[in-house]
Design a protein around this ligand. Sequence first.
Ligand SMILES: NC(=O)c1ccc[n+]([C@@H]2O[C@H](COP(=O)([O-])OP(=O)(O)OC[C@H]3O[C@@H](n4cnc5c(N)ncnc54)[C@H](OP(=O)(O)O)[C@@H]3O)[C@@H](O)[C@H]2O)c1
Length: 303
Amino acid sequence: MYEVPPQGGRRAVVTGASGGLGLEVARRLAGAGAEVVLAVRSPERGERAAALIRGAHPEARLEVRALDLADLASVARFAGGLLDEGRPLHLLANNAGVMRPRRRTETVDGLELQFATNVAGHYALTARLVPLLTGAGGARVGWMSSSAAHVGRLDLDDLQATRRYRPFRAYAQSKLADLVLALWLAARAGAAGVDLASLAAHPGYVRTGLFSAGSSVGRPRPRRSLLEARWLPHQEVDWGAEPLLVALTSPEAGNGAYYGPAGPWGLVGPATLVRPPRRATSEGLGERLAEALGALTGVELAL
Ligand SMILES: NC(=O)c1ccc[n+]([C@@H]2O[C@H](COP(=O)([O-])OP(=O)(O)OC[C@H]3O[C@@H](n4cnc5c(N)ncnc54)[C@H](OP(=O)(O)O)[C@@H]3O)[C@@H](O)[C@H]2O)c1
């Protein structure tokens, strides 16, 4: 199992730290001595997560802060709070996500929910936090993608799936967009000579709340998803969190790297470097996506 190197003196923000992979990422970073901001949309679930981490690491330095990625005003408030304090930020884990709401759902900003949460919210968050990241010294942004990205397609003419909404297709597009953004930011930081690394990861297959949370959006009771296939190889959150933890903390992980499980079909196993699919690396795609996100969110990611 990957052991996070000592993180004393480093500050981290983990989105979606209330459960699943984000909670495990936050727990391992805190256990290694990082000061961790649990960025969560429900303060109650955030406090519960913090209590769980403190149960394992009583000395953990944790803070629970409200962040709803599906609401750009909430993203601005969250980032504004950190910017006002002006303390350096060393690690940003863009982890939170929602998968496959059955019906197309729009956020308060008029964006499709998966695109808003998984992509636009994280883009705006990263863009707003750039001053704290670039001033930190050796800062890293880790983007949680998915093997779904390998079958995704970016439709830059209809990112909001207004013409036709297909739940998995919109999810795969959002996870491909996360990967494209990770690689685009890496290239931008490298070209600008800025001290900031951007890396991507995917966890393989971990049976978290992800599968029922998305399918339950707009429903009174939780609903099981067909994607919770018991016959598929799967792993627990401790292994599933590893690719993102390696991307965020391994001294060997370089700007632009992408990590995922090494085992069968990339679903399970220890973290290893994986090759991004060609659809994530096509010339100019990152630039066009970033431009579209700048227009949609009103925030430019400037380095
Ligand atoms: N599990 C897998 O097999 C798998 C595979 C590939 C990729 N992934 C990716 O891994 C990441 C973590 O997923 P998971 O498996 O840990 O799922 P999870 O257990 O459902 O956790 C998702 C997290 O995202 C948070 N979240 C959802 N919408 C949010 C919003 N609008 N604002 C802020 N936070 C929000 C949830 O908060 P609440 O507690 O408030 O709901 C929760 O903490 C996601 O990006 C997912 O796409 C997972």
